[in-house]
Design a protein around this ligand. Structure first.
Ligand code: HEC
Length: 131
């Protein structure tokens, strides 16, 4: 059920990408990107991100060999709004921007916790000059 809805969502992103142009690797943040100390309000989100997302999306959102960097121009709010993060966690992602393969849904994260993770990732993006 969940996966049957994914192609529609993906089609929307591809269409959006065609209009605004998806960033290439040129806009990728460096692996040693240092956002500085995490402000208190984002620490809960950081902890959840570290537990559920960092194995693939990397410490500080810089990406790994199993997942893309979330601190990247294509994931800025105007291109991947917060709803895209909620959908990714709930339904998973069909591989479309990269060569990493699909992302499986992440179990056990209620929307309030995903909101915290998003707030943390948006902070990382702002620290990298992406907003
Ligand atoms: C097992 C590896 C893995 C884990 C864990 C993981 N992801 Fe992903 N994620 C991926 C891969 C791979 C993609 C890229 C799919 C593509 O676009 O090609 C991705 C893509 C995304 C996207 C982009 C979606 C889109 O529409 O383009 C978001 C947002 C995202 N992940 C958020 C998260 C969050 C938040 C977590 C933690 C709750 C998380 N991911 C955990 C592997 C992972």
């Amino acid at each position: 059920m969940a996966l049957q809805r994914a192609p529609l969502i993906i089609a929307g992103f591809v269409a959006a990408g065609a209009t605004v142009g998806c960033g290439g690797d040129a806009s990728r943040v460096a692996d040693d990107f240092d956002p500085g100390p995490t402000p208190f309000e984002f620490i809960a989100g950081e902890t959840m991100y570290t537990g559920s997302c960092a194995t693939c999306h990397g410490t500080n959102g810089t990406g790994t060999t199993t997942g893309p960097p979330l601190v990247h121009k294509i994931y800025e709010p105007s291109h991947h709004a917060d709803a895209a993060f909620h959908r990714s966690v709930q339904l998973g992602v069909v591989a479309h921007h990269w060569q990493f393969g699909p992302m499986a849904p992440v179990e056990g994260l209620p929307p309030e916790q995903v909101d915290r993770i998003i707030a943390y990732v948006r902070w990382l993006q702002r620290q990298a000059g992406i907003s």
